[in-house]
Design a protein around this ligand. Structure first.
Ligand code: HEC
Ligand code: HEC
Length: 267
């Protein structure tokens, strides 16, 4: 196959010709992304139409890209013996267990929540969001920023799917109550939450709303505080987090959050 050899074309003396079309034509920014790596799920591939570069950079980068793709093909070929599916997920889970616990029942002293019992679609989305920096995007999201780099362990979408498939084999553990709240008051507040999380707290995939039943009360309060403070659910691409953020604004204070968490404990 004959690859284009444009990169061998010498640049005209005095730089590229002054072509007004060339100055306004949008260029593919995929070779020179403006946003830091990993901060954007789907990078905007068009620039604002700044001056077009000479043909050197993109084509050289294209060679690098091809080399990388070649390397990747070799890599995946060499990985034929790697574990897949739930077995791969279990292997990956060894890296998650130190914080979340081997049974995924969480560890409050590390602020790591229980994730056993959460549905695959929600786990998948959260891991993708952490990976892309859509969750733990805010610099004040200290606990989220503990979690975000852990997604580096999950190199490929297959790894994400594998660890999710393993976590969904684990059984949810009922957490101990740790906050002092008035469950009766919380029940009144929770009436609003039922629209998305359902009366029994089992969530609703059609509304992208995860189960809240069996979430530890300290984690519920911490997340409600984050949503309300804009530390979670403010990334422009976090459509579902934004929905939840709007709901958190209806909770007057931390006590109201503790009350609703106490009610959730009773579900
Ligand atoms: C260094 C400790 C640590 C390790 C290791 C870790 N996590 Fe986490 N994880 C956390 C913390 C802390 C949070 C809570 C983030 C927050 O407060 O928003 C979290 C949150 C999560 C959530 C979101 C739960 C929810 O209800 O939204 C998922 C899913 C998750 N972790 C999965 C994993 C997986 C899978 C791994 C292994 C690849 C892993 N974690 C490794 C600390 C860790
Ligand atoms: C309009 C629908 C809607 C309503 C009403 C709603 N939520 Fe949510 N909630 C969501 C969505 C969507 C998410 C997932 C956000 C994401 O993907 O990060 C969520 C996430 C959460 C989480 C975080 C779960 C986790 O594992 O990290 C908690 C806690 C929560 N909601 C509690 C509540 C409470 C309490 C109420 C009532 C005051 C409420 N929600 C009302 C849609 C809703």
């Amino acid at each position: 196959m004959q690859w284009p050899t444009l990169h061998e074309r010498p640049e005209p003396a005095g730089g590229p010709p002054d072509n007004p079309l060339a100055r306004t034509r949008p260029t593919l920014a995929i070779y020179r992304p403006k946003t830091p790596r990993g901060s954007d799920l789907s990078p905007n591939i068009f620039t604002d139409g700044g001056p077009v570069r000479t043909s050197f950079k993109p084509l050289l980068s294209r060679q690098v890209l091809l080399a990388l793709l070649g390397g990747l093909a070799l890599f995946s070929g060499g990985c034929a013996a790697r574990l897949t599916g739930v077995a791969r997920g279990q292997e990956l889970w060894n890296g998650c267990a130190p914080c979340h616990g081997a049974d995924a029942s969480g560890n409050q002293s590390l602020a790591a929540p229980a994730i056993a019992g959460l549905p695959d679609w929600y786990l998948q989305r959260q891991l993708a969001n952490f990976k892309a920096g859509i969750r733990a995007y805010h610099p004040d999201d200290f606990t989220g920023l503990h979690m975000r780099p852990m997604t580096l362990m999950l190199e490929t979408p297959e790894d994400v799917a594998a660890v999710v498939s393993y976590v969904t084999t684990l059984t949810a553990v009922t957490p101990a109550a740790t906050v002092t709240g008035d469950a009766a008051k919380g029940k009144v507040t929770y009436a609003l939450c039922t629209a998305c999380h359902q009366a029994d707290g089992t969530g609703n995939q059609l509304l992208n709303s995860p189960p809240v039943k069996k979430l530890a009360d300290w984690y519920v309060v911490a997340q409600l505080e984050k949503f309300k403070a804009g530390v979670r659910g403010t990334h422009p691409q976090d459509a579902f987090g934004q929905q939840m953020r709007a709901m958190s604004m209806t909770l007057a204070d931390t006590q109201a959050m503790a009350d609703v968490a106490a009610y959730i404990n009773s579900l």
